[in-house]
Design a protein around this ligand. Structure first.
Ligand SMILES: [Zn+2]
Ligand SMILES: [Zn+2]
Length: 442
């Protein structure tokens, strides 16, 4: 049909079945997909492993899929879409996200059953339907929980019990406090991209949250030997991979900052922001300690702390007979602060004289043009997938966090058991004294 070809033509190669179904729903057409096609949509696009589905779900899979497709609230905005209010990619992606979320939570509904088993105090082996990449730690708890909710709720969910049921509830979060640039750069889910003619890098907070139910609060203090979790090498557009020393980068940044400072056009707050981003990046290079250097085209994922942090919430049940509080189950949240950074390019050209001078930094000193002087700094909330670029990107990112996220509750170190505020930890790259003294011994 012509209309649909205009609006919904093309990117079909990657998701042919999903696209076909989506189109049919948008134009109120009959859906003609076979059962096999629906199953392939579940396995290929939604990445469900049929062998790991809870009992009974496999048989009903197609009915469940079609049921959720029907329920998507986005169909209410169909007319807006047809009138061109939003792009087809955006609309389709929202549909896909909804389906992914619904199917994932249906599969993970097996945890409800697992929680009920707690009363019988039967420890089961790790549930097969939990993804092996979710960081679950069977020694720690057999039950990992995946929680889907808006970011405003994410960190203030607690478990409680009413009668024999375990329920989730929302507690009040403490008031939002203003973040310094360093705190922002080390805040969960915050990504920054820094770009000038000479250098471009991204630095993303990839802090991992793993939530568990357990019989007792978390006590393990298993440490990881290596802080580097993953190194991914990927040449971009055939650019050769080059290696730069920490010292060279540091010298270049110094000259670059001097050039910026000498320009009267850059405000002190902008200078502070740039200086902080560059020094956090340099500190990353020093901290991961790979021959005291960094290579282009290489993404490095590393932990900011050898030991995870933890939040424990104990659930107690009042025992009618003994009048004593009997511990029933603990809700544990393990927090592993991580960063992923990539140096996309670095092409500073050093000049023979004077000592330590670079082509582009000299240009900054001479230029009257703000576009030449200022770097592009783009922030992104990797939780909400929202990016903020332009001059006041930092303020917009801070406003986003303030308006859509809640203050992080305190965390405990799994080794020294001390309590820390995330504000304090983010201000010093999640370091505290206990780690410094034990990280080499562990
Ligand atoms: Zn967000
Ligand atoms: Zn500690």
């Amino acid at each position: 049909m012509d209309k649909s070809e205009d609006l919904l033509g093309l990117p079909t190669e990657s998701l042919p079945v999903a696209w076909k179904i989506f189109k049919a729903f948008v134009f109120d057409d009959e859906i003609s997909v076979t059962e096999d096609e629906l199953v392939s949509y579940a396995t290929d696009d939604l990445k469900l492993n049929l062998d790991e589905l809870p009992a009974g779900m496999k048989e009903d899979l197609t009915v469940i899929l079609l049921g959720y497709m029907n329920l998507w609230p986005g169909w209410n905005e169909k007319n807006d879409f047809l009138n061109g209010k939003f792009q087809k990619e955006v609309y389709f992606e929202r549909f896909q996200k909804f389906m992914l979320h619904k199917m994932k939570s249906t599969v993970e509904g097996v945890y409800t059953a697992a929680v009920k088993d707690l009363d019988k105090q039967v420890v089961k082996s790790p549930n097969k339907s939990s993804n092996s990449n979710d960081g679950s730690d069977p020694e720690f708890s057999p039950y990992a929980i995946s929680i889907q909710c808006p970011p405003a709720m994410l960190n203030i969910i607690q478990f409680s019990n009413i009668g024999d049921d375990v329920i989730m509830k929302q507690h009040l979060a403490s008031d939002w406090q203003d973040l310094s640039t360093t705190q922002l750069l080390n805040w969960p889910h915050v990504q920054v991209m820094f770009r000038t003619e000479d250098i471009c890098f991204t630095r993303r907070q990839a802090t991992e949250y793993v939530r568990y139910l357990n019989f007792k609060p978390h006590e393990s203090n298993k440490s990881n030997q290596s802080i580097i979790e993953d190194v991914h090498h990927r040449p971009i557009c055939g650019r050769p991979t080059k290696c730069y020393s920490y010292t060279f980068l540091k010298e270049y940044f110094q000259v670059y900052m001097e050039a910026l400072i000498s320009s009267t056009k850059v405000s002190p707050s902008k200078l502070e922001e740039i200086q902080t981003i560059l020094s956090q990046f340099l500190e990353d290079v020093r901290y991961i300690d790979v021959n005291n250097s960094i290579a282009t085209n290489t993404a490095v994922l590393f932990r900011l702390s050898h030991l995870p942090f933890i939040r424990n919430k104990r659930l107690v049940r009042n025992n009618e007979d003994t009048k004593a509080d009997e511990e029933r189950v603990a809700y544990c949240e393990k927090i592993i602060p991580k960063i992923r950074f990539v140096l996309l390019y670095f092409k500073a050209k050093q000049k023979p004289t004077p000592l330590l001078s670079f082509e582009h930094t000299d240009e900054i000193k001479a230029s009257q043009n703000m576009n030449v002087i200022l770097p592009d700094i783009c922030y992104k909330c990797s939780y909400c997938q929202l990016a903020y670029s332009c001059e006041n990107s930092k303020k917009r990112m801070l406003d986003h966090l303030k308006n859509h996220h809640k203050m992080e509750p305190h965390v405990h170190c799994t080794l020294c058991k001390n309590q820390f505020s995330v504000l304090d930890l983010a201000a010093c790259r999640w370091k505290h004294s206990c780690l410094e003294s034990t990280s080499t011994a562990k």
